[in-house]
Ligand binder design. Structure first.
Ligand code: ZN
Length: 204
């Protein structure tokens, strides 16, 4: 994967309510002589997200910034008269926030910007930089971390399986199984401790 330092938000510069598919954008961008759709994600009016150019490929969306950025584009950006307007539907706002949150988790150092910070354009017709300035900056507690939750569940289910097996065995076998279950729990706790250390170092 290439190095990603910026997530740059765009609009398709199409009128409010007009549907646009990634295929349409692909055709427009090919007309400009590019290899195809320049954005990595297209966020539709109903909040569905369509993938454009694969993330590991350099996009074509912001002059001078493509190498280390991801291009995210929502459909819209113009009012009925063709003037710049933040036309994002509620679903698009939610989808953009979720997508940017995910990307910030995947590329923790990346900052979020609007196309207009790099070019004399209105795109994306809202202040993306300040709207998303704090996304992903609040660290999750260990109990909210998905990897920590997964270890907890694994330990509990390991111990549970062992205990339910024990009841059907004779005394010696029960003893052996219980020791074994104890070892699984200890191993689980050790793994959790290692993950906790990693978490403390800032990597989830
Ligand atoms: Zn743009």
């Amino acid at each position: 994967m290439r190095k990603v330092t910026k997530i740059i938000v765009h609009c398709t510069a199409t009128r409010e309510g007009q549907k646009v598919t990634a295929k349409d954008v692909d055709a427009w961008h090919k007309q400009r002589g590019w290899s195809g759709i320049g954005y990595h994600y297209l966020v539709h009016l109903d909040g569905t997200i369509e993938e454009g150019r694969p993330l590991e490929q350099i996009g074509a969306h912001t002059k001078g910034q493509n190498r280390n950025s991801i291009g995210v584009c929502y459909v819209g950006g113009l009012d009925k008269n063709g003037d710049p307007k933040d036309t994002r539907t509620e679903q698009q706002q939610d989808a953009l926030l979720n997508l940017i949150t995910d990307l910030k988790e995947r590329f923790p150092g990346a900052t979020v910007h609007g196309h207009r910070e790099f070019s004399a354009k209105a795109c994306p017709c809202f202040d993306a930089k300040s709207e998303y300035a704090n996304v992903g900056n609040v660290r999750k507690s260990p109990l909210q971390s998905t990897t920590m939750q997964a270890s907890g569940v694994a330990i509990a289910s390991g111990a549970g399986t062992a205990i339910s097996t024990v009841s059907g065995l004779d005394a010696n076998a029960q003893y052996i199984v219980l020791v074994f279950a104890g070892l699984i729990v200890l191993a689980g706790l050790w793994i959790m401790r290692e993950r906790l250390k990693k978490w403390a170092n800032g990597d989830r």
